[in-house]
Each structure stands twice: as C-alpha cells, then as structure tokens.
Design a protein around this ligand. Structure first.
Ligand SMILES: [Zn+2]
Length: 154
C-alpha cells in the first residue's frame, strides 16, 4: 500500500475490515512508523473508552419523570354509556391498524395513572417499533392508540 491508509485505521483497530483489506493495512503498518503510531493511539483510546464506567441514572430520575408526566395524564371523563361504544369503535380501529387494544380501566390519581399510561405506552412502542409511539407523542397526548380512564365516579 503506497498511500497512508488513514481512513482505514479505525476500522482496522476495530477488526472491522474485510480480511483482504486488513492484510494490506497490516503490511503497510509493518513498514510505516507514522501509521503505526496513529494505530497505536487509536488502540489506546479504544482501550481507555472500555474502562469508563457505565453511566448510572440518578436515583431521582423515575420520580422526576413521573412528576413531569402526571399533568399530561388524560382527565377523567363522564358518561360511561358512550365509552362502551367508543371503546368498541377504538377496538375496531385498533384491529384495522394492528394496534393493541388497551386495558379499559386505568388507575386514578396522578402518579399511578401516569405510570399506568407510561407502561401502556412502552408496551405499544415495543410491539409497534415503526409506529410513532415516542415519549413526545405520549407527552403531547397525540397517541396512536386509545386508552380509557374511568369517570370521576360521583
Ligand atoms: Zn503510513
């Protein structure tokens, strides 16, 4: 190899080159001190990165997430009689769109309700990776599926 294979060295260090290319780079490294130094540096960085500790989320992450989600939880509705029809319609739409039919009763109360909805949302995201089921859609309430909250129960 006549030119310095600078653009191949990272892949070489990562052992990600096709064998026939790697052979050429190895032959060049045997002759070129400059590229050997670069490759050694890359190898050192690679090793150093692997010694870094895994990031640990703060203990307060979950409570802070719930606190942000609580105001976004759908408000209880009244008039359950039409919810049955709406639920049936939603179930039909969900079947057509291959979206999950959610549990019909969510717990009441900010924290529990938010956690319940977030769990449904996470399940939908797992089952439908191509659907727009992101945290942004959850927070905006623009959900690609339907959930029902029990009425206030007077
Ligand atoms: Zn070189």
């Amino acid at each position: 190899v006549e030119r310095h294979p600078a653009d191949l060295l990272t892949a070489y260090v990562d052992d990600a080159l096709p064998p026939e290319v790697a052979v050429g780079v190895a032959a060049h490294l045997a002759e070129c001190e400059h590229c050997r130094t670069v490759a050694d540096d890359l190898q050192a960085v690679r090793t150093l990165v692997r010694t870094l500790p895994e990031p640990v989320p703060a203990a307060s992450l979950w409570s802070r997430t719930l606190a942000r989600l609580a105001p976004a939880a759908p408000r209880p509705r009244r008039g359950r009689w039409w919810l049955a029809g709406a639920a049936a319609g939603a179930a039909g739409i969900a079947v057509v769109l291959h979206l999950p039919v959610p549990d019909l009763v969510a717990p009441r109360g900010g924290g529990a309700a938010a956690q319940w909805h977030l769990q449904r949302h996470a399940e939908a995201a797992l089952e439908h990776p191509l659907a727009d089921v992101t945290l942004a859609t959850y927070l905006s309430g623009d959900l690609p599926y339907t959930t029902t909250v029990p009425d206030a129960g007077r």
